[in-house]
Design a protein around this ligand. Structure first.
Ligand code: CRA
Length: 818
């Protein structure tokens, strides 16, 4: 029952009236506009500022409390935070969404349009960055005092435009008009030093190292509050922006060199200008190393200042701070922490090492060799001469100890050394992160096992017990409650409202899996979500797709190991098969693709072109009308994912086994009732264990079989192709220019690659993938059974909540109470 107050209005009406007044006040006094002339963006800013006021009180209250209670803090260091839009997230988590929607409605403004006026904060490439954003939200939800530390890129991940089927990249400009969510903390500014030389002095018989840098850049803090579920807690995401120490060289300016006077400014500001758009390949350039050290140094100075302010000295750091390295991108932090302790605080080596190695932990996100970060020694030395000395020292001690413990295995030393002596001398950041951390984790059960068997096998022998598994998770607030309100409402009805706080209660849904009434309701919700997506397809691509078709989606970064190409080969095979046997029981399908390729990744960009060329041919062929459509939705980002995921029927998770560390899109899709077609890779395995073998379509080689075949060198792609007439026909068609009559040789490199090397073993898995797709058709043609399987999927996904993942990190790695 709503309370009625003395003025005769209910609390709810009162709340709406207050929200309205707050929005109007922001519109006039902060945006400076008369509401009658406001644009959607103005409404967004006014609404966000009104919402932010509520957040800020909680934010400052929380900071005061955690300062006082001496709780251990978690510092999550990540070069990427792929946040997306924040308005709905903040309103929803603060349980203000309905109130603000009504308030805006009273003002004649549709909240949906306001929401869409917010640009995505795309400070990340893909899974790793999105995971960091989910983790920040879960840490706030669980009441863990945590700081996220990263870079405030002026330009996030590029905007993808598809022109004549080719990907084009355009700069992304989320900060063009500022963002209402952040607070500039100009008083929180640190000097970040680069280059120069190191002087050695002996003071009281102790050698001291004095770094004389040649360059200083300022790091300025911007805080964005991250709101936990039900507004329980608010934690800061602190992002650093680079500024020149001297904004302008006046002497040059006065001499008339106006451009030269600003060149230092430009060189410094370049550090936080743009996100590196590579995903799973090491960026390898000097600017990237500058970015890494820049945000690491600022973050460590900041957290050490805070610690000293509260606790007086640094000996207790490991008891009060846990620093998580999100991949090796911040691994230079190990050397920077040692430098601060040794050179700035005069600690002894042993003491400094104890503090460092009991404070840091490191998450590995990939075993792909091309993604493992290494730096040429000369480059590293030029930028960070003192850090290189420290790393040499760490390495010597580590190798000495290894020699002692494994006296008969000299070859072990080269594999566990931080320095790779093979291809020019290079620093291996994975080794550094491993050696300097108390715990190292993988992101799914299989990935963690493979870490122990492959890349980190020898380090795992030298430091046994350090590797743990922490299977990834996703925040249900964004990926279920906000993006799929229809399904959320049903879950609340069937499982009880408490399901919003206890995801394990979703399991109750399974009791009703056979109930035709529930099945119909689930199917209806899915259809409504599909209708929304149909409209997006029509708006963006200008053609229609049918909501009654099976929506078969593969949405993720474009990467050869993810095998979008395998899906395309099957699409062509299906296209051929439908045409030659039009009356068979094909499930009408819409194949939906979305994802960006790194700008320099030629092979992945050619596969995008292939998808678009196939789409053009198939969609214009009347003989498959109503049976097959192919859609490539441009500019995949968090906001588009929020629309595609609730509308998906089938989730493509078809990487070569052993190559996808975890995946998180797989979790989002299954939670929203899509059935997975996938290999036994990454977290697919754990999804299968949870939803059961009958409710997932598994195919292909296992990771062990992939390894075995690679070792044995047989059967080869040639054998595979010879054994599959269907595959042969598909390759001939694509290679022969059927989909590229304007340039018949366009896709020859792709086909030649498959015929010769087939590094990702598409030809090994093609037939079994085809067969799995036909099992999909068969189930789709029994709608009750399909929906039943979808219900069982939804009901069994609770374990994939990032709250569970974070609780495990907290208990088993960070040792902070939850
Ligand atoms: N590309 C993995 O490939 C994993 C995420 C988050 C990735 C995914 O399988 O789900 O990390 N790895 O753990 C990565 O970025 C540098 O490595 C990814 O997002």
């Amino acid at each position: 029952m709503l309370q009625t107050n003395t003025a005769g209005t209910s609390d709810y009406e009162q709340a709406i009236a207050e929200a309205k007044a707050a929005i109007i006040a922001k519109m006039t006094l902060s945006v400076g506009k008369d509401p009658g002339y406001a644009t959607d963006r103005d409404w967004f800013v006014a609404t966000a500022l009104a919402a932010r006021d509520r957040v800020t009180h909680r934010f400052l209250g929380g900071k005061r409390a955690s300062k006082a209670d001496g709780k251990k803090r978690v510092y999550y260091l990540s070069l990427e935070f792929l946040i997306g839009r924040q308005l709905t997230d903040v309103l929803y988590n603060f349980e203000l969404y309905d109130i603000f929607r009504a308030a805006l409605g009273d003002l004649g403004v549709d909240i949906e349009r306001v929401r869409e006026a917010e640009p995505d904060a795309a400070l990340g490439n893909g899974g790793l960055g999105r995971l960091a954003a989910c983790f920040m939200e879960s840490m706030a939800t669980l009441g863990i005092p945590a700081y996220g530390y990263g870079i405030r890129y002026d330009h996030g991940l590029f905007r993808q435009v598809i022109k004549d089927g080719w990907q084009q990249e355009f700069p992304e400009t989320w900060l063009e008009n500022g963002t209402p969510w952040e607070f500039l903390r100009s008083d929180v500014t640190y000097d970040i030093r680069f280059g120069g030389s190191v002087e050695t002095k002996t003071v009281n018989n102790v050698p001291r190292f004095i770094w004389h840098p040649s360059e200083v850049v300022h790091a300025v803090a911007y805080d964005t509050p991250i709101v936990g579920w039900r507004g329980s807690n608010v934690n800061p995401l602190r992002l650093w922006s680079a500024r020149a120490a001297d904004p302008i060289a006046l002497s040059l300016f006065n001499k008339g060199d106006h451009v030269g006077a600003l060149s230092d400014q430009a060189r410094s500001a370049a550090i936080s200008k743009v996100l590196y758009p590579s995903d799973e390949t090491a960026a390898g350039q000097e600017l990237r190393l500058r970015q890494e050290y820049f945000f690491v140094s600022a973050s460590l100075q900041d957290l050490i200042n805070r610690h000293i302010r509260i606790y007086g000295d640094l000996y207790s750091l490991p008891d009060r701070a846990a620093i998580q390295l999100n991949d090796t991108h911040p691994a230079v932090a190990i050397a920077e922490m040692m430098r601060i302790l040794l050179d700035d605080h005069n600690l002894r080596w042993d003491e400094a090492w104890r503090i460092t190695s009991s404070t840091f932990s490191y998450t590995n996100h990939t075993l792909l060799p091309e993604a493992l970060e290494t730096w040429p020694l000369p480059l590293f030395e030029r930028l960070l001469p003192r850090h290189l000395q420290i790393i040499y020292f760490i390495n010597n001690l580590h190798l000495e100890a290894t020699k002692k413990n494994f006296p008969n295995e000299p070859e072990l030393l080269s594999s566990v050394s931080i320095i790779d002596e093979r291809d020019g001398r290079r620093l291996r950041m994975g080794q550094l992160a491993f050696i300097g951390s108390h715990t190292i984790n993988g992101v799914s059960a299989l990935h963690t096992d493979l870490m122990k068997e492959t890349t980190f096998r020898d380090l795992n022998r030298v430091y046994p017990g350090r590797i743990q598994n922490k299977t990834n998770g996703i925040t249900f607030r964004r990926w279920l409650q906000q993006s799929n309100p229809g399904l959320t409402k049903l879950l609340c009805e069937v499982c009880g409202e408490e399901v919003l706080d206890k995801p394990e209660l979703i399991k109750r849904l399974e009791e009703h899996a056979d109930d035709p009434a529930l099945q119909q309701r689930i199917a209806k919700i899915k259809r409504a979500n599909k209708v929304v997506l149909c409209k997006i397809v029509t708006d963006r691509l200008g053609f229609r797709v049918e909501a009654d078709s099976l929506f078969d989606v593969q949405i993720k970064r474009q990467h050869e190991y993810k095998r979008q190409l395998l899906n395309l080969l099957e699409t062509v095979a299906l296209y051929d098969a439908i045409r030659s046997n039009p009356t068979a029981d094909w499930a009408p399908r819409v194949k939906i693709f979305a994802g960006k390729a790194a700008a320099s990744y030629v092979a992945a960009k050619l596969i995008i072109k292939l998808a678009n060329d196939i789409a053009k041919t198939v969609n214009n062929d009347p003989s498959v009308q109503g049976k097959l459509k192919v859609v490539f939705l441009p500019n995949y980002n968090v906001s588009l994912a929020e629309k595609i995921i609730p509308a998906a029927d089938l989730s493509e998770q078809i990487s070569t086994a052993g190559m996808e560390a975890s995946g998180t899109g797989n979790m989002k899709l299954a939670l929203n009732g899509a059935l997975t077609i996938g290999t036994l890779d990454g977290a697919n395995i754990e999804i299968k264990d949870n939803v059961g073998d009958d409710n997932i379509f598994i195919f292909g080689l296992t990771a062990a079989e992939v390894e075995e075949r690679k070792r044995a060198g047989a059967p080869t792609a040639t054998d595979n192709i010879a054994a599959s007439p269907m595959l042969r026909q598909v390759l001939d068609a694509i290679g022969g220019g059927v989909f590229s009559p304007d340039d018949p040789n366009r896709f020859k490199p792709i086909i030649d690659g498959l015929r010769s090397q087939d590094r990702y073993m598409l030809t090994d898995d093609f037939d079994s993938y085809w067969a799995a797709q036909r099992r999909v058709d068969e189930l789709w043609n029994q709608p009750e059974k399909w929906t039943r399987a979808a219900i069982v999927n939804i009901a069994n996904m609770a374990w994939f909540s990032s709250d569970r993942t974070i609780a495990e990190y907290a208990e088993q790695i960070w040792k902070v109470p939850v």
